[in-house]
Design a protein around this ligand. Structure first.
Ligand code: GCU
Length: 681
């Protein structure tokens, strides 16, 4: 009875998020329950009522839409005795009212809020075998304003750091704006609460530079319309040298009047075509990309140029802080790449326009398996900031190995920077609760491509799902998110869901345990970043060294004897990292160079930890394979075979890592494994 009648109110624009909400709900009910409710649709403040109309109306009348955040919603389920039972009914039910009717009300803070309410409703429906609970009153609002995805897609159809096929957005220099895959993607992102997307690679090459040119804008506008229908704003990455490459000017100097006029005109053209355009993502003076440094200007000058052009239209500049010397000399022991973002940006606090947001990678290096949280995050109270994660598993198994990253992100979000006293966590900073940011939030590099299963490894979907859920609510636990995704994907209560949930939660620690130890990082094949190559980056220009010698390993980043990086943290964190005794084991080699015989807090020596965890990691993958084999009859053949296949590949990768890392450190240190296991010498 709950699902037989549905009345909806929204703004009635056929491509608007209200219409999407209704479509998603009716489509979802048909798919999940085979039900087609009788519909009443009218224009008005966003709400959907199911079940008993009188009871729903009564409930709705008591609910205050004004109290909701624009993207937020309230769900109320209940039962009401909407009519008295007839004497005959009363008799047959022993005198009680026989007509308790269920109702459900979905109220949105806006049409977009209503869409999020629908997805929450469908999730509840799918997660419980018995349908949604009879009684519920839940209000939700996203924690951060910006919850964004960055595509690193190129117009030739390739995806930088893409591990799941080609781009769904582009092929052979064309925008695939009519591809149904794009609308499906918008739907996927909205269903987990995301609200912004940048649709081209941060490295903006020749063709992509033209995306802001008049003849390309209609294509971009079509994309913006598709995403807009799901409450998602569209951004573009721009080339800082566009005034030269596109505008024919001789300079891109941010203080040049012609350059300013060019960007102003360009912004006008963009907003004429795309009124709700989000703004620009900019990678400038980073890894050989052009930027303000060429003209003797700094990043504030650079960002403000674009911010001024976009400001009249409400557009944002998301300026990336991934700025470091990528032509470093390994002989130079004073330069430390980890310090770079803070050293470049922190002195500029207060100089950025109100519509600039600094986009800061979660760690100071580059999306390694384990890094401390970037000390820049929260260290600029007068500058908007957002944190950048990488869902694409560039350094974490490339969607060939399972590595569920939600626990890693969660740890970063929970980190207490102490920058404005205790409780200055990353998630509170990202939500603008510590410093009063006009705009802030989280963004992540996408992991999808045109593979049938979207993410290469089927289980890598959990990372995209989990990022969205965590961006919406950073209080959610990794366990909850893993359980939710596993149940939605393999069936609530199924044996496969139970196993996959556990596998996901073990996977980051397991991946870490067979790859680079104790946060020293890298040790991967240069450029590709998947397979083991312990010295791959050791003498390179990228500033990514581990300094292993016959006595010890690790990077001394202390104030006392090292690069001084620890000094970029608030005193409590600085002191903890500075002290060899207090530094957490899992970050030890990031902060200290220690002898192989140094004893960890765990009680093991560093060398024994290296051996033990490599053996344990590789063995854990073998154990997963065994368990998965036992689920053959529980999962459809295609997914069963696919996951088996990936796990086999992972086992091989783990063995190779184990043996190369163990042999490397055995040869360096000459110290044998206490347990006498096989280490090749
Ligand atoms: C990493 C990655 C690059 C990417 C860069 C960035 O270095 O390997 O492919 O362009 O990050 O975030 O800009």
């Amino acid at each position: 009875p709950l699902l037989s009648r549905l009345s909806a109110r929204f703004d009635l624009r056929p491509e608007g998020p209200g219409a999407t909400a209704l479509r998603e709900l009716t489509g979802g009910l048909a798919a999940l329950a085979g039900i087609e409710p009788a519909l009443t649709i009218k224009a008005g403040a966003p709400a959907i009522a199911l079940g008993s109309p009188e009871a729903a109306q009564a409930a709705l009348a008591q609910m205050d839409a004004q109290a909701l955040a624009p993207e937020g919603f309230r769900l109320r389920f209940g039962t009401a005795n909407s009519r008295k039972a007839s004497p005959a009914e009363a008799e047959s039910s022993g005198g009680a009212d026989a007509a308790a009717e269920p109702y459900a009300v979905l109220l949105g803070g806006s049409d977009v809020g209503l869409l999020h309410a629908v997805f929450a409703f469908l999730r509840l429906f799918q997660l419980s075998e018995a349908g949604p609970p009879a009684e519920l009153d839940r209000t939700e609002a996203p924690r951060s304003a910006l919850r964004m995805i960055d595509q690193w897609d190129n117009m030739d159809g390739s995806v930088e750091r893409g591990y799941s096929g080609g781009s769904i957005f582009y092929r052979n220099g064309r925008v695939l704006s009519d591809s149904p895959r794009i609308a499906d993607y918008a739907r996927l992102l909205a269903s987990v609460g995301l609200n912004a997307i940048c649709v081209n690679n941060v490295n903006v090459h020749r063709e992509e530079t033209k995306l802001i040119a008049a003849d390309r804008l209609p294509d971009v506008a079509r994309l913006a319309q598709i995403f807009g229908g799901f409450g998602i704003r569209l951004f573009l990455s721009v080339n800082y040298a566009a005034p030269i490459e596109l505008g024919g000017l001789h300079t891109a100097d941010p203080l040049d009047e012609d350059v300013k006029a060019w960007w102003r005109r360009t912004a006008e053209e963009i907003y004429a075509a795309i009124p709700d355009f989000g703004g620009f993502v900019v990678k400038a003076d980073s890894e050989n990309r052009p930027g303000p440094f060429s003209y003797g200007r700094d990043h504030a000058d650079g960002a403000n140029l674009l911010a001024d052009a976009l400001a009249p239209f409400g557009g944002l500049v998301l300026w990336r802080c991934f700025v470091y010397d990528c032509h470093q000399d390994w002989r130079d022991r004073s330069t430390d790449r980890a310090r770079a973002a803070y050293d470049h940006f922190r002195p500029l606090d207060g100089r950025f326009r109100a519509n600039v947001v600094l986009q800061i990678k979660n760690g100071p290096m580059d999306f390694q398996t384990r890094e401390p949280v970037s000390p820049l995050f929260g260290a600029m109270p007068r500058t908007n900031q957002m944190m950048e994660f990488q869902i694409a598993q560039e350094y974490t198994g490339q969607q060939r190995d399972v590595c569920f990253l939600v626990p890693q992100w969660k740890q970063a979000l929970d980190f207490d920077t102490r920058l404005a006293g205790p409780g200055s966590t990353v998630s509170r900073i990202a939500a603008g609760e510590v410093h009063r940011f006009a705009y802030s939030g989280v963004v992540a590099v996408s992991n999808i491509g045109d593979d049938d299963n979207w993410t290469g490894h089927h289980l890598a979907q959990a990372n995209l799902y989990g990022f969205g859920r965590l961006a919406w609510n950073p209080e959610a636990s990794a366990e909850e998110i893993a359980a939710e995704w596993s149940a939605l994907t393999f069936g609530t209560g199924s044996a496969a869901a139970t196993f996959v949930r556990r596998l996901l939660l073990q996977s980051w620690p397991v991946y870490e345990s067979y790859t680079a130890p104790l946060a020293v990082g890298w040790m991967v094949q240069p450029h590709y970043h998947y397979a083991v190559d312990v010295d791959g980056y050791e003498y390179s220009k990228w500033g990514t060294y581990h300094f292993a010698d016959r006595n010890g390993v690790g990077v001394d980043r202390t104030l006392a004897t090292g690069t001084g990086y620890t000094g970029q943290y608030a005193p409590e964190n600085r002191d903890r990292y500075e002290s060899l005794a207090d530094c957490p084991d899992e970050l030890l080699l990031f902060f200290h160079h220690v002898p192989y015989t140094h004893r960890l807090q765990s009680g093991k020596t560093v060398i024994q930890h290296i051996y033990d965890s490599r053996f344990e990691g590789a063995a854990a993958v073998e154990a997963w394979i065994e368990e998965w084999r036992g689920l053959e009859n529980e999962v459809d053949a295609e997914r069963f075979a696919h996951i088996s296949d990936r796990l086999q590949g992972q086992a091989e990768n783990a063995r190779q890592w184990r043996d190369v890392v163990n042999t490397y450190f055995y040869r360096k240190s000459g110290i044998a494994d206490e347990q006498g296991r096989l280490i090749y010498d």
